[in-house]
Design a protein around this ligand. Structure first.
Ligand SMILES: [Zn+2]
Length: 249
């Protein structure tokens, strides 16, 4: 990762800035100074600076053993999303409401993940079915878009295309800041304002590869609109409507 939080702050610094401010040990006998760790902007875990030769790229790397969403290989679920104590009846109702209002959800998810394709949308629904995400007790319909975007990664080549060319330039991935292991734990934080993050990675050259956190270009903190169910429906092109409605039946 090119930028990390300066130790104990929320200020993003480069390796050069970090090094110039934390300094190094001296020749004094017994000086065992070790620069304090920087923090990962994604998971807030500890990171150290990797300094190659000056002409090499310098970056921050996690201490071992941290499961950071920024470095997780995509395809692995970011959190354990399956409820431990599922609410089966509530899940059926929530899914029914989602299908009934799918256009509103499509627009809300598209705001978070630009260039959303109908195939991506249907894949998300399939993953939610498989993981039984609908059956979380505390989950309500207005929280669905910011929950469902956690389920898949969004590379350029699965998004919308214009004349065969992907409209999305970067690989998108979503997570909530902080260290959580289950979606239920996240829910407790969500009520107190856990922050949804969107990372944009430089996509790998081959479609079968995954971006690494060294390829992280940008990370944004999002503020999802939780009132989208009451807003007027936004325009969705006819070919998307056809594909989604065909896929949902
Ligand atoms: Zn991290």
């Amino acid at each position: 990762m090119r930028l990390a939080y300066f130790p104990g702050t929320r200020r993003k610094v480069t390796v050069a800035e970090y090094v110039s401010e934390t300094g190094a040990k001296t020749a004094r006998t017994g000086d065992d100074y070790i620069a304090p760790d920087a923090q990962c902007p994604a998971c807030l875990g500890n990171m150290y600076a990797v300094r190659g030769a000056p002409q090499r790229i310098q970056f921050f790397r996690h201490r071992v053993g941290l499961n950071c969403p920024a470095s997780r290989p995509a395809g692995e679920p970011y959190l354990r999303m399956t409820p431990v104590e599922p609410d089966v009846v509530g899940g059926i109702e929530l899914r029914r409401a989602f299908i009934e209002n799918w256009r509103l959800h499509y627009s809300a998810i598209r705001t978070l993940a630009p260039c959303l394709s109908p195939e991506e949308f249907l894949t998300i629904v399939g993953s939610a079915d498989e993981l039984r995400v609908w059956e979380h007790r505390a989950l309500t319909e207005s929280w669905l878009p910011q929950t469902l975007v956690l389920l898949i990664d969004f590379p350029p080549w699965t998004g919308l295309r214009r004349n065969g060319v992907p409209e999305r330039d970067l690989w998108l991935r979503f997570w909530y800041q902080g260290q959580h292991e289950t979606f239920s734990a996240l829910w407790i934080d969500m009520q107190h304002g856990a922050t949804l993050c969107r990372a944009s990675f430089e996509p790998p050259r081959r479609e079968t590869d995954r971006p690494r956190y060294e390829n992280l270009r940008k990370q944004s903190e999002l503020q999802p609109d939780r009132n989208f169910l009451n807003a007027p429906a936004k325009y969705i092109p006819a070919f998307i409507v056809r594909t989604v409605e065909h896929g949902l039946t």
